[in-house]
Design a protein. Structure first.
Length: 248
C-alpha cells in the first residue's frame, strides 16, 4: 500500500485503535469504555495504564493506555498485543472491579487476565507469581487471546510504523511456540520481531536494533585516499585520475 497521502499520526493511531476494538469485542464482550492511546519512551516499561488521565472540555474523562514506541521494532507483534490486552485488563478493573494500590496487580486482575487468555507471571514464564507490583504474562495455550491474535493477522493486520529512535534492549522473540496450529506465514507475523519487515532496519541477534549503514566507504586504489558517501556514486580521484572503488 502506498502511503504518499496518508496522515502518519492518524494512520498509526487508527491501527492501534483497530487492535483495541478487536480485543474489546473478542475478549471483553464490548464492555470496555472509550480510552486514549499515547506513546512514550520510558525505559523498562513496555506500557502502562493511567485511570481517568484525560478530560474533555465537556467534563468527560477517559483513561490512558500508554505504549513504549521504542520497543516496537525489536519485539514481536504478539508481545505488543499482549501489552495492549494487559493494560485493557487494568481498564476493565478500573470500571468494573476493585483495583488495589497504584501499580499493584491483584488477584481480581489476575483472574481477568486468565479469563481472556493471558497467564500473569512475575517472570513472564510458567511458574512465576500471579500477583505483584510488576507483572509480565504469557499467552495460555489455545486460549481466547491467541485465537483473537490469529484472527487479527488472518484479516491482514500489521503494524506499518515503527520508531527509528530505538535505544535499548536486544532483539526479543516471543517464547510462545507450539500453542496453536498456525500456518508458517501467520506464525512468523505474530512471533518474529516487527522490525524484520522494515527494509531499512537490521535486526542484530546479539545487539540492539540498528539502522543499516546508509553510507559506504570509497577509496582510490592508487593513493589510498578515501571518502564516505551513499551507495552507487561515481567518484573520481583528481590526483590519480582513477575512479574510487567501494571498500569491502
Amino acid at each position: 500500500m502506498r502511503h504518499d497521502n496518508v496522515n502518519p499520526t492518524a494512520d498509526l493511531y487508527a491501527q492501534l485503535m483497530h487492535v483495541a476494538d478487536h480485543f474489546n469485542h473478542k475478549l471483553f464482550d464490548g464492555a470496555l469504555p472509550e480510552m486514549m492511546f499515547t506513546l512514550h519512551r520510558e525505559r523498562h516499561s513496555a506500557g502502562y495504564f493511567s485511570a481517568e488521565r484525560w478530560r474533555h472540555l465537556s467534563g468527560k474523562s477517559v483513561s490512558e493506555i500508554a505504549l513504549n514506541s521504542a520497543y516496537f521494532a525489536n519485539r514481536s507483534l504478539i508481545q505488543l498485543l499482549q501489552t495492549i490486552v494487559h493494560e485493557q485488563c487494568h481498564l476493565w478493573q478500573h470500571h468494573f472491579g476493585a483495583p488495589s494500590r497504584a501499580g499493584y496487580h491483584n488477584a481480581e486482575w489476575a483472574h481477568k487476565m486468565e479469563e481472556v487468555g493471558l497467564v500473569p507471571s512475575s517472570t513472564g514464564q510458567p511458574g512465576g507469581k500471579k500477583t505483584g507490583q510488576k507483572m509480565a504474562d504469557y499467552p495460555a495455550s489455545g486460549g481466547k487471546f491467541l485465537l483473537a491474535c490469529v484472527e487479527l493477522v488472518k484479516d491482514g493486520f500489521c503494524l506499518s510504523w515503527i520508531d527509528r529512535g530505538f535505544n535499548g534492549g536486544k532483539v526479543s522473540r516471543s517464547s510462545v511456540s507450539g500453542v496453536l496450529d498456525i500456518e508458517d506465514m501467520l506464525g512468523d507475523k505474530l512471533f518474529a520481531p516487527i522490525g524484520k519487515y522494515f527494509t531499512d532496519f537490521h535486526l542484530n541477534e546479539n545487539a540492539d536494533v540498528v539502522l543499516k549503514k546508509r553510507k559506504v566507504k570509497y577509496f582510490c586504489s592508487s593513493c589510498q585516499a578515501n571518502v564516505w558517501g551513499k551507495k552507487g556514486l561515481q567518484i573520481m580521484c583528481m590526483k590519480c585520475n582513477k575512479l574510487f572503488v567501494v571498500y569491502e
